[in-house]
Design a protein around this ligand. Sequence first.
Ligand SMILES: NC(=O)c1ccc[n+]([C@@H]2O[C@H](COP(=O)([O-])OP(=O)(O)OC[C@H]3O[C@@H](n4cnc5c(N)ncnc54)[C@H](OP(=O)(O)O)[C@@H]3O)[C@@H](O)[C@H]2O)c1
Length: 291
Amino acid sequence: MQYLTLNNGIKMPILGFGVYQIPPEDTEQAVLDAISAGYRLIDTAQSYFNEKEVGEAIGKCGVPREELFITTKVWIENYGYDKCKSSVLESLEKLGLDYIDLVLLHQPFADYYGAYKALEELYEDGIIKAIGVSNFYPDRLTDICLFGRKIIPAINQVEINPFNAQYPAQANMEKNGVQISAWAPFGEGKDNIFTNDTLVGIGEKHNKTVAQVILRWLLQRSIVVLSKSTHKERMEENIDVFDFVLDEEDMLEIMNLDKSESLFFNHQDPEVVELFNDLVGAIKKQMHNEK
Ligand SMILES: NC(=O)c1ccc[n+]([C@@H]2O[C@H](COP(=O)([O-])OP(=O)(O)OC[C@H]3O[C@@H](n4cnc5c(N)ncnc54)[C@H](OP(=O)(O)O)[C@@H]3O)[C@@H](O)[C@H]2O)c1
């Protein structure tokens, strides 16, 4: 595994395993499989409803805590100073940990200023080792870096895949001293990504799969990347990316696939903001039922 050093000196694995859309009943086994395949970075979120099961796997995996890097994210419903603080303490309890390596604000909506202040205090108390944001595109990221608070986010986790390559966002993060991280590197399989001719061709050249080519392309851009699979053989395939190098021509060919459009939703579209507002209501109900 390779590591990157974040802007506060903390080391983070460059490749990780995400548990979005893994049902709670399958999460413990998936995380145990991922850790046994060699993953040390596990990415969950309050809104994935599987923090407890991630914690159970951490407790059983046999790998020392300090070798693992655990990320969770605060959902919009828990934004604002007080709610954010108590929700992170709740996440800590669900995960069965006495510290969390990285906590992100999941979305750039609602009272993210108050929530970020709470993260800063938890960071100063040593309960969180690094703090950051997710889905903060250049306008919002610059806002939080300039006007936000005392601490520059260590990470900004955004959608990145060959069809939405995020070169301008990466340049903006570099300018602000924020490490870029990729979610949905395979675009969750959308737009026939796994059979794309260019990616298949590059894979054949290196005797690697499309998934491995995509992950390698991200690693060579110094991006912390998270992928998800519930199949152990795919987890192993997706971590077997440190023994080959894409050349300049490969990198350029992949660059040409970029359409600079999200495969999911554009966070800067007002209708998407409305959608998130509706989601808050739905997730609030689910969180209430969980208690
Ligand atoms: N911050 C955010 O807003 C945000 C949003 C989305 C995701 N994330 C994080 O990023 C992680 C990864 O993103 P994602 O889960 O949305 O999507 P992804 O990793 O791009 O795609 C996952 C899909 O690809 C399939 N897959 C995985 N490896 C494969 C392989 N080698 N060959 C063929 N198919 C393969 C999986 O199927 P199987 O499971 O059936 O193998 C699954 O359907 C998430 O789990 C989460 O931790 C964050």
